[in-house]
Design a protein around this ligand. Structure first.
Ligand SMILES: *Cc1c(COP(=O)(O)O)cnc(C)c1O
Length: 554
């Protein structure tokens, strides 16, 4: 005891000796330097120097642009250009129509016949003159977007929704049947993803909410169990933008890691370097949205285990396809809870599960992780309030709809739809590789998305424009490789030949023409390559949303 005291005293003396003013100043300086070097080196370590320098350059250009906008004549010119672009947006969003414009409640209620006549006309709005004018997307020329489970299922869903129209799972004691259905929907999806005992999940309103909940849960986990106050998540460059949305809403830094240029899977070495003491979650997609690749989930899970942090698999798009790939006779890759280290998975029932829109599942390996997404308030004047997800009241009809879809289609039905949809995607992939040398297929797609880039001689956005002109609604993708993709659905299956014919024609019409940017390119051509564009892009995007809420064209 006495020795300890002497040791402490001498230590204290030493500390006093060190802590002179000079030393203190140096120490403070050192701390500041270490802080900033740490802060700036982290993104460099994760992404490499070039992308970080590009961002710095962009930030400088933004500042310069902001200064230039202080000059009235500049501002007027940009404003004019923007107004004309917004005009174009408005025209494309608001087709001419005799359907009357409504701005306020009708003074007297309209009768059912009037309402249904309007509903009918509104449903046809913007239609391309199909036989019955209904549901113009049924011709299958749309990438993703409409996950159609067939006319029979839709009737069943409509009837189920009708019965549960006004139900709300916020009040399980009022709707015991609905509570049972919700628990069963989650249980069925957990089984599909080979969740271990004590795994748990919740329903959500869609993939974005599922992803946001998984990020929130890991933020809370990090704070509670690790004392992490500045949480970061590490995601592939190809991961869905919902992770950025989660970062934005929940105050988390999102570090994006480049993908391998050939395999299009996230670069595991760089992901490793992006991990630091603030990291709470690693992410992989199965598959990702841009080019449909499944990341190396085994390696990401192993990293997560090594650093004892979370690993989320975004299977929103993979939903009810990836779990059935093997059984449908296709090549598959590990993606679910059987992979060590995977702690959460998101799966969209409203995609290839064919549930009504507004339905998704988030799952956790352990119940204790699910707890971290709950919100509970015990001292509200309205009583103890506990809710599992973002919403308060929730649409019970959509949960009942998901339940009905899953029960009606069943395991065999989903295997069959996987066979058809992935089969269509693989036919497209094979035929493009064999028949269109001007295009290259990105990576080796295993699921429903096939992405095409130019093999050199064509302007890919021009090809995309040509496809738009032929009635196709495809997705342009930016990033390191300009391309566009098709996400096959049940509606694509019968139009694969039409797709190939139109694609060949589009390529033929593209490469003889001079390289100019088309409309797909004008959206993506403004990408980070043009100096002034990015700040205009943000403003344009905001005006696009403004325009969505205009009742009629100006
Ligand atoms: C669709 C999708 C999501 C979620 O999108 P929501 O529109 O919110 O349902 C997330 N990740 C991927 C890869 C997706 O394709």
């Amino acid at each position: 005891m006495k020795e300890l005291g002497t040791a402490a005293k001498s230590l204290f003396a030493n500390v006093r000796h060190i802590a002179t003013w000079d030393h203190a100043r140096t120490l403070v300086l050192l701390a500041v330097v270490v802080h900033y070097v740490g802060r700036w080196s982290r993104p460099v370590r994760a992404e490499g120097l070039a992308p970080v320098l590009r961002r710095v350059r962009l930030a400088i250009l933004r500042r310069v642009f902001a200064w230039m906008m202080l000059i009235p004549s500049n501002r007027r010119r940009v404003e004019r250009e923007m107004a004309s672009a917004v005009d174009d947006i408005a025209k494309s969003l608001m087709p001419n129509t005799p359907v009357p414009v409504v701005r306020a409640l009708p003074a007297q209620g309209r009768d059912d016949v009037w309402v249904m006549a309007q509903v009918d006309a509104l449903q046809r709005l913007g239609g391309h003159g199909e036989v019955d004018g209904r549901e113009v997307y049924l011709d299958g020329r749309v990438s993703g977007t409409v996950y159609h489970g067939g006319p029979h299922l839709n009737r069943l869903l409509a009837e189920t929704l009708e019965r549960f129209l006004l139900t709300n799972p916020l009040h399980p004691e009022v709707f015991p049947g609905l509570r049972k259905m919700e628990a069963e929907v989650v249980s069925m999806v957990l089984r599909m993803y080979h969740a271990p005992e004590h795994a748990a999940g919740t329903t959500t309103s869609g993939g974005t909410e599922s992803i946001m909940m998984a990020c929130l849960a890991m933020r809370e986990w990090g704070r509670a169990e690790r004392g992490i106050t500045h949480p970061e998540i590490v995601v592939p460059a190809s991961a869905h933008v919902a992770f950025d949305k989660a970062g934005h809403y929940f105050g988390m830094v999102v570090r994006r890691v480049p993908v391998d240029p050939t395999t299009r899977k996230v670069n595991i070495g760089l992901m490793h370097r992006a991990i630091n003491r603030h990291t709470v979650l690693l992410v992989g997609s199965a598959p990702n949205f841009p080019d449909g690749m499944i990341d190396d989930i085994v390696s990401i899970g192993a990293l997560a285990r090594r650093y004892k942090i979370g690993c989320h698999v975004d299977c929103c798009l993979g939903s009810f396809l990836v779990p059935f790939l093997s059984e449908a006779g296709f090549v598959s890759e590990p993606f679910d809870f059987r992979v060590d280290g995977v702690t959460s998975i998101s799966c969209d029932t409203h995609k290839y599960g064919f549930a009504p829109k507004g339905s998704s599942i988030v799952m956790y390996r352990k119940e204790s992780l699910r707890r971290y997404q709950y919100f509970v308030s015990s001292d509200w004047v309205g009583g103890v309030y506990a809710s599992p997800t973002l919403a308060g009241s929730r649409p019970g009809a959509l949960i009942a709809g998901a339940w009905a879809a899953m029960m009606n289609i069943g395991h065999d039905g989903y295997v069959q739809s996987c066979r058809e949809i992935v089969g269509a995607a693989q036919t497209i992939e094979r035929r493009v590789r064999n028949e269109i040398p001007e295009l290259q297929v990105l990576g080796k797609p295993l699921v429903s998305v096939v992405a095409f880039a130019s093999a050199g001689s064509v302007n890919i956005y021009d090809v995309g424009d040509q496809m738009s002109r032929r009635g196709w609604h495809l997705n342009a993708i930016g990033g390191d490789m300009p391309a566009f993709h098709i996400a096959c659905t049940r509606l694509t299956v019968p139009v694969v030949d039409a797709f190939m014919r139109d694609l060949k024609e589009s390529v033929a019409h593209s490469h003889t023409r001079p390289k100019k940017s088309g409309t797909m390119a004008t959206v993506y051509g403004l990408h980070s390559t043009t100096p002034v564009a990015p700040m205009l892009l943000n403003e344009m995007a905001a005006r696009y949303i403004d325009t969505m809420y205009e009742v009629s064209a100006p």
